[in-house]
Design a protein. Sequence first.
Length: 211
Amino acid sequence: MTTFVIAHGGGDVGWSWHLVAEALQAKGHTAVAPDLPIEDESKDLTDWAKALTDALPSTEDVVVVGHSFGGFVAPLAAASINAKALAYVTAMLPAPGEAPGDWWDNTGYTDSGLEDKFFHDVPPDLVAEAQKRGRGMSENSMAKPWPLDAMPNVPTHFILCTEDRFFTQDFMRKVVKTRLPGTEPVELAAGHYASLSKPQELADLLANYAR
C-alpha cells in the first residue's frame, strides 16, 4: 500500500499527526511524521526535506503531505523522490526563490482578528499536549530562499480547512488560485489543526490520493 510522509508545521512536531497516521494505518497504509530539525540554525529547508525522505522505509508509492509551514518542505521532498502525489493541508505555498519570511507580505496575508487561531476546535486534552510539545523556529529557515524553480511535476492536491482562523478560507483560496493554478481545493470543515480535530475525516481525504 501507499506510504504517507508528513511535513508538520512551524514550531510543531510529528506527534500532531499521530491520530491521522493511526487512521491511515487502519486503512492498510504506512504513515510517518518525523520531527523536523526546525530549531537547528545549521539546517535549511533542504535538510528538513531530507529528514522527511530519510524517514521513509521505501521511496516507492509515496504521498508527501505538507501542513502549514510544511508547505515549504513537502514539495522539496516530493521532487527529490518523484512522489506519487503531493498534498497540502491548509499550507503555505512557496514561489521560486521566495524566503519563507517574505511569504506573508507577498501573499497579502492579514491577521483574521479572531481568537484562538490554532486550537479552537481541538479537544482540550490534545490542546494541552500539543502546547507542551511546541518548539521554536530557526532564523535561517525563514531567511533562505526556497530552492526549486517550480512546483514538482507530480499530482498535487490542496485540502482547504474552512474553519481555519489562521489561514482563513478566503485568503487560502486566493493563494491556491495564484500559486497552484488549475488545482481545485477540497474542503474540510476544520480549523488549522485538522490533524487533531478531524483526524479520521482528514485521513479519509488523504487516502483518496493513494488511489
